[in-house]
Design a protein. Structure first.
Length: 323
């Protein structure tokens, strides 16, 4: 392949990558809609309201009848549902914009259907509100891409500039710790887009940074430079657009929603929401996902350490000289 052919091939490859990125980022936004969105229903006639919801929007709302208002509030704060409809003479709707401002907005619109009179609407209460400095969740949604991109960049640089696997492990750990501390200092201290305990949030950011950077460096160590592309494109083209940072997993098409939650960006979004807004409720699943990715990355880098040690030449033995 001469220089001109190589240039044409690179240009064509870049155009295909551009098309893939357009599909990956635009397609989820176009197809955002409720899909089996869990909503609690309590009060007189709750079973009838649940049936009406299921019939009116098949596959959109998953109504769950609970005993009373206390049970509905508990389900909301434990992240079992995204909202609750309290029936009665004066119907009310409970939402949690901390879980998803977009879902809270949609449930607020749904409240109009439970009006006592045509001009009245059901009262809406935000039980778990978003941060007052980021009420629409725009800052939270924009925070995920920098975490992913910086992790990819760290993994690429470590793979290309650091020759040994042991040193790459040290680099990934350093990046994760420093990145977790600095990113949450900016997000919470300066931009004020996340409530909650700073050290807990910094720990989550550090784990995410380790998982992403470690996956890139680990695959590069295991299979060479091709691993950089595989890991980076997986995180960027699948993990980020399907992370549901600006929406909720139940608003994205399947199976991509589930795949997104199985990758570090999606798990990071869910874990950050749980820690920041819900005192750790429903944090077990996304935490396990991130730990599995971090453990796999560490294992790949560990295999590289062992392989490099086995490849080291044995020290030459001194040959005794005849007397």
């Amino acid at each position: 392949m001469n220089i001109l052919q190589r240039a044409l091939a690179v240009g064509l490859g870049a155009a295909l990558l551009q098309a893939l990125m357009l599909i990956a980022f635009a397609w989820p936004a176009v197809h955002t809609a409720p899909r089996d969105l869990p909503v609690a229903v309590a009060g007189p006639g709750a079973a009838q309201v649940s049936a009406q919801l299921a019939q009116r929007s098949p596959g959109a709302i998953e109504p769950r009848t609970v005993a009373d208002e206390a049970a509905a509030r508990a389900a909301l704060t434990e992240r079992e549902v995204y909202g609750a409809i309290l029936t009665g003479p004066q119907p009310r709707v409970l939402v949690a914009s901390g879980a998803s401002p977009l879902v809270a907005q949609q449930l607020t619109q749904l409240a109009r259907q439970f009006a006592a009179a045509p001009a009245a609407a059901a009262a809406v209460e935000d039980v778990v509100p978003a941060d007052p400095d980021d009420p629409r969740g725009a800052g939270f949604g924009a925070m995920v891409l920098p975490l992913v991109m910086s992790g990819i960049a760290a993994g690429v640089l470590l793979s290309l500039l650091v020759p040994t696997a042991a040193a790459r492990i040290a680099g990934v750990v350093t990046f994760a710790l420093a990145g977790g501390v600095l990113s949450m200092a900016i997000a919470q201290g300066w931009l004020s887009i996340l409530p909650g305990e700073y050290l807990e949030l910094a720990g989550v950011a550090a784990l995410v940074s380790f998982a992403v950077a470690g996956a890139v460096a680990g695959l590069a160590t295991a299979i060479g430079r091709a691993g950089i592309g595989i890991a980076a494109l997986t995180m960027l083209l699948i993990g980020n657009p399907f992370s549901a940072a600006a929406a909720a997993p139940e608003l994205l098409p399947q199976p991509w929603s589930a795949i997104g939650q199985a990758l570090p960006p999606g798990a990071a979004v869910s874990l950050l929401r749980s820690v920041a807004f819900f005192d750790g409720a429903a944090a077990g699943g996304p935490l396990l996902v991130l730990l599995i990715w971090a453990g796999a990355a560490l294992a790949l880098l560990g295999v590289g350490v062992v392989r490099e040690r086995n490849a080291e030449p044995a020290p030459a033995r001194a040959v005794p000289q005849p007397a």
